[in-house]
Design a protein around this ligand. Structure first.
Ligand code: MV4
Length: 448
């Protein structure tokens, strides 16, 4: 097992990782920008190193600075959390070359999943169902028209280097396809420096369902069930459920086993999330994330498995601590993301928290690194906490969520808590009747 882990992240996830290290008896190193000198992860770590000025590109994304922090402190492993360098294959490679373990999958697995065409080809080879579409990149006008005719309209053109929704264009008919293809290409070129695009059948009303997987790089892998993350705004998840309002246990096990078998074939190591669109009872692969996700606590809650603990274990060379037969699912969990944002306009709302009273009680978990008097800096994303609630049934979970949201108080800044006050009373939400477009439509129709 590692002696000392450097946590290359900030905020709630840095604290989440720090807690797992403490429970494993591992020494911790926090790194921070000058803007985060007072942050909770810095205060609670055994050691801390300032790695640069506020801008993320100069601190949390600054590989030389982080390598220097490893060298100075003698850390033998780095946990990247999510975002920042978590899916940077070059960072994983450099660490490995310096005999520091990257707590995550191999650079090779990060690379193949980072390129969306390669990811999709890999998925096909591994027997994962994908959205019908082009075999690879669509390289010419003629190919765009021919491929779209084969797929059938509407079609969606996506950037190979994209992901998270950037660089997508819909073509409803043949009249749109050439414009969609060329704008997608030039936007992809501008955004990612790579103009390669591919084409898929456009699914109109899917849900976003993702499968949590874990492997140990020794051929063992398990799935930890599914999460429904359909409630999103501008490709940012807002509300996530495990247990899934519409996925029956047999469906979960069917897609879960396909994913676990695929990860065994890849000899995948660490945590991963395989994202699907789910429509008319069918799953269609879209992307794989090769990192810990923000919403991992809902899966932890319904399985009793500590995903960060397992990540650290397998990175240190140990086998997964459980077999698929030992993974069991209990009840339902919902996470809502508390952002420092105006709940109507979603404009960021940094500033000082003048009063802080988190929810508590049975079935409630709060993952946050803020405290009363903490000043939220303006430089990073606006997630300041996650409220995770559990219930034996989805109904019990929803009642508990309503109670916990009512109890939560954060003063001095605006937060998304009032949005959840509203959502928890919406009949469609209570019925689990929503798709990936529900929230955007609701926000457009219910301007306050
Ligand atoms: C799609 C799609 C419809 N059809 N692919 C958006 C982000 C990226 N991960 C994939 N995305 C989509 N891909 C096909 N073939 C609709 C979306 C999409 C979406 C997906 C998940 C969650 C929210 C979304 C919001 C808009 C569009």
């Amino acid at each position: 097992m590692f002696q000392k882990v450097l946590i290359a992240n900030r905020g709630e996830i840095a604290l989440r990782i720090l807690r797992a290290c403490k429970e494993l008896g591992i020494q911790t190193v926090a790194v921070h920008s000058t803007a985060d000198a007072n942050a909770m992860h810095v205060r609670l770590a055994d050691e801390s190193v300032c790695i640069g000025p506020p801008a993320a590109k100069d601190s949390y994304l600054n590989i030389p600075s982080i390598m220097a922090a490893c060298e100075i402190t003698g850390a033998d492993a780095v946990h990247p959390g999510y975002g920042f360098l978590s899916e940077n294959a070059r960072f994983a490679k450099i660490l490995t070359e310096h005999n520091v373990t990257f707590i995550g999958p191999s650079a090779h697995h990060i690379e193949i999943m980072g390129d969306k065409i390669t990811a999709k080809k890999t998925a096909v080879e591994l027997g994962i169902p994908v959205v019908p579409g082009s075999a690879g990149a669509v390289e010419s006008d003629e190919e765009a028209i021919k491929t779209a005719r084969e797929i059938g309209y509407p079609v969606l053109i996506k950037a190979t280097a994209g992901g998270g929704g950037r660089g997508m264009k819909v073509a409803l008919t043949e009249a749109d396809v050439l414009i969609a293809w060329s704008t997608a290409r030039s936007e992809a070129k501008a955004a990612f420096g790579n103009d390669s695009v591919y084409m898929e059948k456009y699914l109109g009303k899917p849900r976003h369902i993702e499968v949590q997987v874990m492997g140990d790089g020794q051929g063992n892998a398990v799935h930890l069930g599914v999460r429904d993350c359909s409630l999103q705004r501008r490709h940012q998840k807002v509300w996530e459920e495990a247990g899934g309002p519409t996925i029956a246990p047999e469906e979960r096990d069917r897609i879960g086993e396909i994913c676990a078998a695929a990860m065994r074939k890849l000899s995948y190591s660490g945590a991963g999330t395989i994202e699907f669109l789910y429509e008319n009872g069918e799953f269609y692969f879209i992307e794989m994330n090769t990192r810990l996700q923000v919403e991992h606590p809902v899966t932890e809650r319904i399985t009793g498995i500590d995903i960060v603990y397992e990540q650290i274990r397998v990175a240190s060379g140990e086998k997964l601590s459980m077999t698929q037969e030992q993974v069991q699912f209990y009840g339902h969990a919902i996470e809502v993301r508390i952002n420092a944002e105006d709940p109507q306009t979603f404009a960021p709302s940094p500033g000082t928290i003048t009063f802080y009273h988190p929810a508590g009680g049975v079935g409630v978990r709060v993952d946050s690194a803020v405290y009363q008097g903490y000043k939220i800096p303006p430089y990073y994303d606006s997630l300041i906490g996650k409220l995770i609630v559990y219930g034996r049934t989805r109904d019990e979970c929803l009642h508990r969520l309503r109670r916990a949201v009512d109890e939560f108080v954060i003063d001095g800044i605006k937060t998304t808590l009032p949005l959840f006050q509203r959502l928890i009373r919406e009949p469609d939400i209570l019925a689990g009747n929503y798709d990936i477009h529900w929230l955007e439509k609701y926000l457009a129709e219910n301007k306050v």
